[in-house]
Design a protein around this ligand. Structure first.
Ligand code: NAI
Ligand code: BUO
Length: 260
């Protein structure tokens, strides 16, 4: 395990999938990490494994769609870990929503987590950065589906386009305070979210999960699905000093799906 670098990172959705790989990678980079998730039991298990391996981590319960709760969770992490330097707005929901099936309830739920959650996170991080006066880094999860609209994902794709917009605006608004804001756009990553989407798409077409996965995977230039660690490596760059002169950008980590 690397020596602690004196910085603290707060990762939402850190209990599983891409978020878990991010907290593990940032811990290996020397960050003290807050494993922030709705699922506190799993978050605590991930934090314990990091502590057992010689890192510094704490599990924090958060519902990113609840503004007050997000502020409280960030404050708690800053107090427990002794600072606040990096926010990774990673938590998200990815329902499969053929266009005619979208309900008002589903719209509210997904937009509150994927879009409002990012705004509350940016505000809560900004509050901490103002206190420290040192600036910081905000890193948001979008998707290749937030770069090009994906079939069956109208609701989800729309939220991920919004995340790229919010990233650009926040980058401009916060730049004077030495705060950078960037995003990562994963492709088809082997996580519970993606396996669920593949299952739903396959089922809706009367086919199996593998067929559902291939409807997304067939366009990957590098011809393999993504591991969560592929994404964590890009987040490591965005959280570290080598990206200090980059802000407002989306890095696509999709094995070559979207080019522009
Ligand atoms: N898996 C993939 O292929 C891709 C994923 N992404 C994005 O990457 C991010 C992570 O995705 P996965 O790891 O695949 O998802 P996942 O569904 O496997 O894990 C998401 C985590 O977020 C937590 N979470 C859900 N709602 C929450 C809330 N309201 N407050 C706090 N935590 C909450 C869950 O408990 C879970 O631990 C998401 O923003 C997703 O949209 C983007 C592109 C592709
Ligand atoms: C889940 C997701 O972000 C996809 C399919 O790009």
């Amino acid at each position: 395990m690397a020596e602690l670098n004196g910085k603290v990172a707060f990762v939402t959705g850190g209990a599983q999938g891409i978020g878990k790989a991010i907290v593990q990678r940032l811990s290996a980079d020397g960050f003290a990490v807050a494993v922030a998730d709705l699922n506190i039991d799993t978050a605590n298990e991930v934090a314990k494994a990091i502590n057992d391996a010689g890192g510094k981590a704490t599990g924090i319960k958060v519902d990113v769609s609840d503004r007050d709760n997000f502020f409280k969770a960030v404050g708690e992490a800053a107090e427990k870990l002794g600072g606040f330097d990096v926010l990774v707005n990673n938590a998200g929901l990815g329902p499969t929503t053929p266009i005619d099936t979208i309900t008002p309830e589903q719209f509210d739920k997904v937009y509150h987590v994927n879009v409002a959650g990012d705004i509350w996170g940016i505000q809560a991080a900004h509050e901490q950065f103002k206190k420290s006066g040192k600036g910081g880094k905000i890193i948001n999860a979008t998707s290749q589906a937030g770069v090009v609209g994906n079939p069956n994902l109208a609701l989800y794709s729309g939220t991920k386009f919004a995340v790229r917009g919010i990233t650009q605006v926040a980058a401009r608004d916060l730049a004077e305070e030495n705060i950078t804001v960037n995003a990562y756009a994963p492709g088809i990553v082997k996580t519970p979210m993606m396996f669920d989407i593949a299952h739903q798409v396959g089922q809706n077409a009367g086919k199996d999960d593998e067929w559902g996965m291939q409807t997304f995977a067939k366009d990957i230039a590098l011809k393999r699905l993504s591991e969560p660690e592929d994404v964590a490596a890009a987040v490591s760059f965005l959280a570290g000093p080598d990206s200090n002169y980059i802000t407002g950008q989306t890095i696509e980590v999709d094995g070559g799906m979207q080019f522009h």
